[in-house]
Design a protein around this ligand. Structure first.
Ligand code: CAA
Length: 380
């Protein structure tokens, strides 16, 4: 693995950092408090080419690699994880899924506007009774000749109301279990598709999370992704790459909190000196820096494997489980370093701590990542 970044990598990282610090930061507390979706900010992300970063330019994307994606995700997430989850779902679940497995027609119709950021996508796998246990889908898609009849409910869907295009996983033939599952491209204005109320969440409050209800939605046959029965495999492969994005998000949340804690520790005085000069604080910062570096290396390794067409299932699960646990530890310690100030909103670290929690839950909980890793180890 080559650890040297190219000029292009550094340019993308700096552009994302500049956007995060100069555009996202100003309104982030307000968006968190009022649960406001970063609509204008997503438009600007799109104009920077960050909504379809890895998509081939012939489909409207920026043609960048996964390393660039990790670098950009870290910078955006340092400031606003609500914005970075929108970016992550659109890039690695929706765009990647359609570009890798979609037909030419699907790419022209859906991928091009998604990659340009003209519209946003959502990935719909979780259900009220099927989150971790993804094979137990209750949503059904019954084959009716030239269309599928879609019925069921999806839960916790990121970009639930702001998306225009939804990748929906559903059971087509229950007897075949996971081999009877399919993935479909569903449009927002299809009859029978209803968006439920917005969830009031602990963290990533600027992103919109909804349940979705499908009642006799007619999904044209040409909107199925891949061969009949490919849906579960599609979801697993797509999530494997998605986990690199969420790992990078967790990394960014951790490094954002660490940078704030470091800065504060050099300014704040107690017992006659800057608190950084007290070992109780400097050792915390040393641990944070060490764990963040380790998380970053895992993220970059998973990205490098993906860019070099090697299997990255284990690496992405390792990056996600480790980075998300680091995010939780580092943000909690960052609040501690700030003392009472850490508990109030103006200092940002309490929000980062709340945002960190979701990285241990979505795109597979920490327990799911350990299942993926331990099964992979057994095969060695
Ligand atoms: N690539 C391709 N195929 C895969 C695969 C992968 N990475 N992982 C598993 N499969 C295949 C297996 O090979 C198997 O196929 P065969 O029977 O043909 O061999 C099939 O899938 C079933 O695999 P398992 O027996 O391992 O299935 P399982 O029921 O034990 O579940 C699991 C495995 C890892 C627990 C899986 O269910 C899982 O990842 N669950 C978590 C789902 C998840 O991440 N949900 C998050 C929702 S999305 C989200 O959060 C998005 C958002 O809004 C931010």
């Amino acid at each position: 693995m080559n650890l040297d970044f190219t000029e292009e990598h550094l340019m993308i990282r700096d552009a994302a950092r500049d956007f995060a610090q100069n555009t996202l930061l100003a309104g982030v507390i307000h968006r968190d408090e009022t649960q406001s979706f970063p609509k204008e900010e997503i438009k600007q992300l799109a104009s920077l080419g960050l909504m379809g970063m890895m998509v081939d330019p012939k489909y409207g994307g920026s043609g960048m690699d996964t390393i660039s994606y990790v670098l950009a995700m870290e910078e955006i997430s340092k400031v606003d994880a609500s914005t970075s989850v929108v970016m992550s779902v659109n890039n690695s679940l929706v765009c990647w899924g359609i570009e890798t497995f979609g037909t030419e027609e699907q790419k022209k119709k859906y991928l091009v506007p998604l990659a340009k950021g003209e519209i946003i996508g959502a990935f719909c796998l979780s259900e009220p009774e099927a989150g971790s246990d993804a094979t137990s889908q209750k949503t059904t898609a019954i084959d009716r000749g030239d269309y599928y009849l879609l019925n069921g409910t999806k839960n916790w869907i990121t970009n639930g109301s702001t998306a225009s295009v939804y990748l929906v996983i559903a059971q087509t033939n229950i007897d075949k279990k996971h081999k009877g599952i399919n993935a479909f491209i569903v449009e927002k204005d299809m009859d029978g598709f209803v968006i439920g109320p917005k969830e009031n969440k602990l963290g990533i409050r600027g992103s919109d999370t909804h349940s979705l209800m499908f009642t006799d939605v007619k999904v044209p046959k040409e909107n199925r992704i891949g061969e009949d029965g490919f849906g579960f495999s599609f979801a697993m492969k797509t999530l494997s790459g998605g986990r690199i994005g969420i790992a990078a998000q967790a990394l960014g949340i951790a490094s954002g909190a660490y940078e704030l804690a470091l800065k504060y520790s050099k300014e704040r005085k107690a017992f006659g000196k800057e608190i950084y000069n007290h070992q109780a604080i400097s050792f915390k910062l040393a641990d944070m820096a060490t764990e963040i570096d380790a998380a970053r290396l895992l993220c970059l390794k998973a990205a490098w494997l993906k860019d070099n067409h090697q299997n990255y299932d284990r690496a992405s699960a390792m990056a996600k489980v480790y980075a998300s646990e680091v995010a939780m530890r580092v943000t909690t310690e960052a609040v501690q370093v700030h003392g009472g100030y850490g508990f109030v909103k103006e200092y940002h670290v309490e929000r980062l701590m709340r945002d960190a929690k979701i990285t241990q839950i979505y795109e597979g909980t920490s327990e799911i990542q350990r299942i993926v890793i331990s099964r992979s180890i057994l095969k060695d």
